[in-house]
Structures are given as C-alpha cells and as structure tokens.
Ligand binder design. Structure first.
Ligand SMILES: Nc1ncnc2c1ncn2[C@@H]1O[C@H](COP(=O)(O)OP(=O)(O)OP(=O)(O)O)[C@@H](O)[C@H]1O
Ligand SMILES: [Mg+2]
Length: 283
C-alpha cells in the first residue's frame, strides 16, 4: 500500500482556476520524490492536498489507502508533515524553541518528550544556537530551518518540503541535501519535495514527477527524466549542468559515460582518463 496516492485528482480554486488536472501520484515507503515544475505549475496546490488543506474538486487523495475525512484528519496531519514554501506562514511563536515545540505540544506529548524532540530537531537542522531568538527577526534561510525543525519535531512518516532550497545559501543547500538523505537512510522517512532547481534533484531524488500547467508531463527515475532535455525545456526547466556538460563533451567526441551527481561525474572522469579511480584533491 502506498503512503500517499492521488487518483485523478483535480482541484479548482474559487474563481474557476483549475490548478490540478486529473493527477495520479504515488509515494511508496522510504521514497525520495521530487516534483519539478516552473512557476504556477501546481506544486504547492498539490502538496496542500496531501494533508487535507485542500479537498479534491474531483478524484481522491488516499493516505495509507484511506481517503482523508473529518475523523482521521488529525492522524493524517501527524503522518504527513508539510513545510510550506513561505516560512512566514508557519512561524508565529515568540521564540524559536517555542515555535518548534508548538506541533509536539499539540500532539499532547509530555514535557520531557517535547523538550527532547525540540532539541533534536534544532540540532538536525543546525540551528541550536538560535533557540532563544525571535523567529520574525531571523533571516529567510534561518526561518526556513525553523519551519523544517517544527515539522521534524512532530516526527511525521512523510515529510513534504515545498521549495526547501529557495533562499538558502550554498552551504544551506548542501546541508539540506545531506539532511534529506539522512532522514531517508537513518529514519526510513519518505520525503517529497518540490523545486525548480534541477541541480539538486539528482543528489536527492530517486523518482521525479515533472509538472506543467497542473498536469504531470513526465515521470520516472532521475536518468529517465534528464535524458529528455527537449521535454524539460518545453516546460521552462533544464537539464542539470553536469549531465548537460557530459552530453556536450560526448557530441564533441570526448567519451565520458553519463553521470548525474558530482561524485559520479568525478569518478567517471577519473576512470576515463586515469584508468583507475583514486582519491582526488578536488575540494
Ligand atoms: N488562491 C488562489 N486562487 C486562485 N488561483 C490560485 C490560487 N493559488 C494559486 N492559484 C493558481 O494555481 C496555479 C498553481 O499555483 P501553485 O502555487 O500551486 O504553483 P507552484 O507550482 O507552486 O508555483 P511556484 O513555483 O511559483 O511556487 C497557478 O496558476 C496559480 O495562479
Ligand atoms: Mg509553489
């Protein structure tokens, strides 16, 4: 059974704007799924259907095989944690610590457990030193981490991140990639994230949905998706820079095997030109 599944999900906003057209999406256990699409593609709207913020205009959303109802919505929100695109929508307490404690407190946990979860979450996202700060006085990237910590502290089984890298500095993006991969590896968490930054997709995702104007125009593994540069360009996206470079080298007669992540490209180049992979000094 899939953790999240949509069947012919259609969503129309008041005013007759249909943002999602008959979408079929599945999130199996322990998957890392990217939903990529340009501005207005429908990514945020789709995510808001995953925990009942929006109800389908037609079709359905199934969580562990069950539709979302008034009776199970609390359980669903415990199970599916969503970090919104705009951190300001999610942060409202006087201190970071209190903000991160809000979710666990609402779950009715005891104080000791709440304290433990809050500090673990702050540590995981690397902002323990901000615990006593006023969230609204933090930078955009810091607020984003607070919002992520607040959801992590609820220990959802599915973590949904809407544009998690927007506004993060390069180290922040690198940390987030490591963080998502560790959640998946260490805790078996299922992670679904949206982005138009295609370069992080290969580092994190094992399955990709490409969205345009409320429809999925392609889905598949990282390799399957990034072998379709024309399709990506037609929906205002692009192939990440590494496979793009390799393709261009190949067309100029330089034989390097296709690779998608930094480490794989480095290995491919070393193997091709040195014969044997070895530890490099490239930082
Ligand atoms: N409250 C609303 N009322 C009417 N239409 C809306 C509303 N919110 C979003 N839309 C429309 O729904 C479509 C999908 O918007 P959505 O925010 O889901 O896109 P997105 O893929 O998340 O874009 P972005 O990359 O800019 O975050 C857009 O055409 C948008 O204009
Ligand atoms: Mg969005």
């Amino acid at each position: 059974m899939h953790l999240i599944e949509t069947r012919d999900l259609t969503y129309t906003y008041p005013g007759n704007v249909t943002a999602l057209h008959s979408l079929n999406f599945v999130a199996p256990r322990n998957a890392r799924i990217a939903v990529i699409g340009s501005n207005g593609a429908g990514k945020s709207t789709l995510f808001k259907c995953f925990n009942g913020i929006f109800k389908p205009s037609s079709g359905s959303v199934l969580i562990r095989g069950e539709p979302i109802t008034k009776e199970n919505i609390r359980e669903v929100r415990k199970f599916v944690g969503i970090v919104f695109q705009n951190a300001d929508d999610q942060i409202f307490s006087p201190t970071v610590e209190q903000d991160v404690a809000f979710g666990p407190t609402n779950l009715g946990l005891d104080e000791k457990t709440i304290h433990h979860r809050v500090h673990e979450a702050l540590k995981l996202v690397g902002i323990e030193d901000l615990a006593h700060r006023v969230p609204h006085h933090l930078s955009g990237g810091e607020k984003k981490r607070v919002a992520i910590a607040g959801i992590i502290a609820m220990e959802p089984e599915v973590l949904v991140l809407d544009e998690p890298t927007a506004g993060l500095d390069p180290k922040g993006v690198h940390d987030l990639v490591e963080f998502i991969n560790s959640l998946s590896k260490t805790y078996g968490m299922t992670v679904i994230f949206s982005t138009h930054d295609v370069s992080m997709v290969a580092e994190v995702a094992d399955y990709v949905y490409v969205m345009n104007k409320g429809r999925f125009v392609a889905e598949g593994s990282v390799e399957e998706i990034f072998l379709q540069p024309d399709m990506l360009r037609s929906v205002r996206l692009d192939v990440p820079v590494l496979p793009k470079l390799i393709r261009s080298l190949n067309t100029h007669g330089v034989p390097v095997p296709m690779a998608y992540t930094y480490e794989d490209v480095e290995r491919a180049l070393i193997t091709t030109y040195n014969g044997v992979p070895q530890d490099s000094n490239i930082p």
